[in-house]
Design a binder for this molecule. Structure first.
Ligand code: BES
Ligand code: ZN
Ligand code: ZN
Length: 498
């Protein structure tokens, strides 16, 4: 989607008219450039109350002599939030369809700058579909191809709005990438294929360096968590490290992603229903890659690292077993009681490597870690745990700002105790009972956060369980279906402040 902001009065293509709830007429000045018969029709509709402009509604006007229009409800002005504006923008993209074609003109009047920016952002973020595996119908007179959006508003607001739209477009490339990776079928997206795409990304931007720790190297380094999970698959595991602006001094933020390209459960095999959805079990890594892309595309100047732990969790004669004891990269041993609790195993090596080798200011991991998190929060929020209240709060605020809610969850000592009372190893990968499963998983991860050098204090770390938000959230208006690209925007905003 290309967005051009100006003060031009011409209407290109379909007129998109955002309206506050219960508007009885078009805002003063917003009729400029609109053909008289279309204008009359709109004025009639509004005067009669035929379109109430409630939030989340839209009305198509076609077949008038004066061109086509889409009226979009913004809801009540006093209730408007960044998120309600984004959702109204998303509604435009969702209802555009063939009637309205690929050229649109949005006319804003009496909408403040940040709200207009959010509306355009919503239009952009919703403009995504995953068609890579659909055959193209030759006779299709389809409307695909880039959408061009002309935007007009008050003259003194155009420069800021164009800047905001450009930033949204740059960040959106990261959101789209995360969705593409999440949606990719697991036969085509396996650990080393993810690594290959990361290496390509490194070639695209001169300030991005990519390093891949392959299976042989992971074994040599003693990454028992990553190796244990990945060894049962023909597609071997790897760790991918993407560094932006490595020449800038650290310490810097590190994002760590769970990247299980398919989670069968391993020997603790999952039941068949919805097992296909476990292709999304790499969305933590997809978000990590997406954030790096968003940062690179938006010209971020500071050092940031994304590290992804890639593996395919398969049952085979070469797979790890329930009962195995593995030695992780940290040196801590883990009793593997359930091979389906694999995300925490690969992350244990990722967190320890990041904390000891990459000089973090803080570390944030993202993982589709537990079904229990979906039980707790549904699809409405990501679970958020942290050993540092300030970091937790910053993430929560960034999530709220972006309309991607991350909700605080507890790291009680009792959960840590539960996970460290294995009969034969340092840590167990399964809680003692089935309750509090997302909390015990977080408590497990905490065991693999190193201390800050020369101190007894852990590196500030947060864990985000995106099991409920990575896909399947019907209330998420920013995406039609499939992978959501969740938290690319949150983390871009957290890191850049933009
Ligand atoms: N990838 C799953 C978690 C998951 C399940 C995410 C459903 C999204 C939807 C994870 O690897 C897993 O299987 N976790 C187990 C942990 C249990 C064995 C302690 C779970 O949640 O059941
Ligand atoms: Zn699993
Ligand atoms: Zn998993």
């Amino acid at each position: 989607m290309q967005v051009i902001v100006n003060t031009n009065e011409n209407i290109n293509g379909t007129l998109i008219l955002p309206l506050w709830q219960d508007s009885k007429n078009m805002a003063d000045g917003s009729g400029a450039g609109v053909h008289r018969s279309l204008k009359n029709q709109i004025e009639n509709i509004l005067a009669n109350g035929d379109f109430k402009a409630k939030a989340g509604t839209a009305m198509t006007l076609a077949g008038t002599e004066g061109g086509k229009a889409l009226l979009v409800g913004l809801g009540k002005q006093e209730d408007a939030t960044l998120q309600s504006m984004r959702e109204s923008g998303a509604k435009v993209t969702a209802s555009r369809g063939k009637i309205h074609g690929r050229t649109l003109t949005v006319k804003f009047h009496g909408v403040d700058g940040s709200h207009m920016g959010a509306f355009i952002e919503g239009m952009i973020i919703r403009d995504y579909s995953y068609d890579k595996y659909k055959s193209k119908d030759e006779d299709d007179d389809s409307d695909d191809g880039e959408i061009t959006v002309h935007v007009t508003c008050e003259a003194d607001k155009t420069d800021d709005l164009q800047k905001s739209a450009n930033l949204s477009s740059a960040v959106a490339t990261g959101v789209y990438l995360a969705r593409d990776l999440g949606n990719a079928p697991p036969n085509d997206l396996y650990p080393m294929e993810f690594a290959r795409q990361a290496i390509e990304f490194g070639k695209e931007y001169e300030n991005v360096e990519v390093k891949v720790i392959n299976y042989e190297e992971a074994k040599t380094l003693g990454m028992g968590g990553l190796v244990g999970v990945g060894m049962g698959s023909y597609r071997k595991p790897c760790m991918v490290i993407m560094e932006l602006n490595g020449d800038k001094p650290g310490p810097s933020p590190i994002i760590v992603g769970k990247g299980i390209t398919f989670d069968t459960g391993g020997i603790s095999l999952k039941p068949p229903p919805s097992m296909d959805e476990m292709k999304y079990d790499m969305h933590g890594s997809a978000t990590t890659f997406g954030v790096m892309k968003a940062l690179a595309a938006s010209g971020h100047k500071e050092r940031v690292i994304g590290l992804t732990c890639m593996a395919e969790n398969m049952p085979s004669s070469n797979a790890q077993r329930p009962g195995d004891v593995i030695t992780t990269y940290s040196g801590k041993t883990v009793e593997v009681l359930n091979t389906d609790a694999e995300g925490r195993l690969v992350l244990s090596d990722g967190l320890w490597y990041a904390g000891t080798h990459l000089n973090p200011s803080y570390m944030i991991d993202l993982a589709t870690l537990t079904g229990a998190c979906v039980v707790a929060l549904g699809h409405e929020a990501t679970g958020l745990w942290s050993n540092d209240d300030e970091l937790l709060n910053k993430i929560k605020v960034a999530g709220e700002h972006c309309g991607e809610i991350a909700w605080p969850m507890p790291l009680f000592k009792a959960f840590e105790k539960e996970m460290t009372d294995s009969k034969i190893a340092d840590v167990r990968n399964l809680g003692a009972g089935r309750y509090g499963g997302s909390n015990t998983a977080a408590a497990f991860l905490k065991q693999f956060v190193p201390n800050m050098e020369g101190t007894e204090k852990q590196i500030p770390w947060a864990h985000m369980d995106i099991a409920g938000t990575a896909w399947g959230a019907k209330s998420n208006k920013m995406v039609k279906t499939g992978a959501t690209g969740i938290h690319v925007r949150t983390l871009h905003h957290l890191i850049t402040g933009l």
